[in-house]
Ligand binder design. Structure first.
Ligand code: TXA
Ligand code: MG
Length: 322
């Protein structure tokens, strides 16, 4: 990696000045790749729909997987999710650390619905890495961050991996050296009566069980299993009709771009046809339209390019017969 490329990719040693600058970029809706003790994350202000949509665009993800929302401590997490006694006990033992907890979303949470990808839950984690902690405190808001690699590639454990994988698409890259653990966080689902380990990671199942008793592994519970499968959990109650040119009587019209002549859009994902804006609005729009006053939701065609692939993937799942 020569100097010029590094400069172009905006990789900076994670000193106090760079962290302050990164926090400002986040507050203004930009992306920042930052080190955690597990792997590098590609962060955005979790409360900013457009910024979260930009994460998916940068990673080239063909689907909206739910994202882990990073917080400095359990009190900050408890503003976004319902943290019961069990969750608090686990957090007291393992946070900050390599453990993400999936908990029920609070209805008043300001976190973008894109972070939940339509699920009623949200994954939260307080990372231990001093740069991640400093960035969270300086930003003063929760940070959504998947691993900072292109979709389908291995997680980056060094700033150089982020430069190679995402380059300029990562926004600013805070270089905090190699990640001490180099393995993603464990993901523990605490939304049900029985805790389920969705992904083994930095904190072992044995250590978790020593704290709260038996934990089942995802896969033995067919209903939950791999995150990809959970996409089908959320679908609007109303039927969706895709590639609609106009609404039929009783239907709501979910438009993309200018609505057809003489038609009024009930919701418009992006009047100007901007896919980033459409991704940012998708889940909130579906939630608003899914009400008894309508017989169904007619969705105008969305191009299959860029973020359009992820938007259409979600719409097809939502439209699938149940
Ligand atoms: O160590 C880590 O966890 C790193 C650092 C940056 O925190 N992050 C990370 O994120 O590995 P990502 O997006 O690459 O993997 C997160 C996994 C995904 O498989 C996602 O589906 C799952 O967590 N996930 C996120 N929110 C979820 C939720 N509400 N319910 C179930 N699974 C969830
Ligand atoms: Mg990942």
């Amino acid at each position: 990696m020569n100097k010029r490329q590094e400069h172009r990719n905006n990789r900076r040693a994670a000193d106090d000045a760079a962290i302050a600058e990164a926090a400002e970029i986040l507050r203004q809706g930009g992306l920042v790749a930052f080190p955690t003790e597990t792997v590098y994350g590609l962060g955005a202000d979790a409360t900013d729909d457009r910024a979260v949509a930009a994460i998916f665009a940068a990673k080239g993800r063909p689907q909206f997987n739910p994202l882990i929302v990073h917080v400095p401590h359990i009190e900050a997490a408890a503003r976004e999710v319902v943290a019961d006694a069990r969750a608090r006990r686990i957090a007291a033992r393992f946070w900050p650390g390599a453990l993400s907890l999936v908990l029920p979303r609070r209805s008043e949470s300001r976190v973008s619905l894109l972070c939940s990808a339509g699920l009623p839950s949200l994954a939260v984690r307080a990372p231990r890495h001093p740069v991640a902690q400093a960035l969270l405190k300086a930003a003063g808001r929760p940070i959504a961050a998947p691993s900072a690699n292109p979709s389908g590639a291995v997680s980056p454990t060094d700033a150089a991996h982020v430069v190679q994988g995402l380059g300029e698409a990562a926004g600013m890259i805070l270089d905090g050296g190699p990640c001490p653990l180099g393995l993603e966080s464990s993901i523990l689902d605490l939304t049900g009566a029985d805790p389920v380990l969705l992904r083994p990671g930095g904190v072992t199942r044995e250590d978790l069980e020593a704290e709260i008793g038996p934990i089942s592994l995802a896969g033995r519970h067919a209903a939950i299993t791999a995150p990809g499968m959970m996409e089908s959990h959320y679908a609007p109650r109303l039927p969706l009709r895709l590639n609609a040119r106009a609404a039929r009587p009783g239907e709501a019209l979910l438009a993309f771009g200018p609505p057809p002549e003489g038609e009024a859009a009930t919701e418009n994902l992006s009047p100007s046809g901007d896919l980033l804006e459409a991704a940012a609005k998708l889940f909130a729009a579906l939630h608003r339209l899914d009400r008894p006053g309508f017989t169904g939701i007619a969705v105008m065609a969305i191009p299959e390019t860029g973020l359009g692939a992820a938007i259409n993937d979600r719409l097809r799942r939502a439209a699938a017969p149940r």
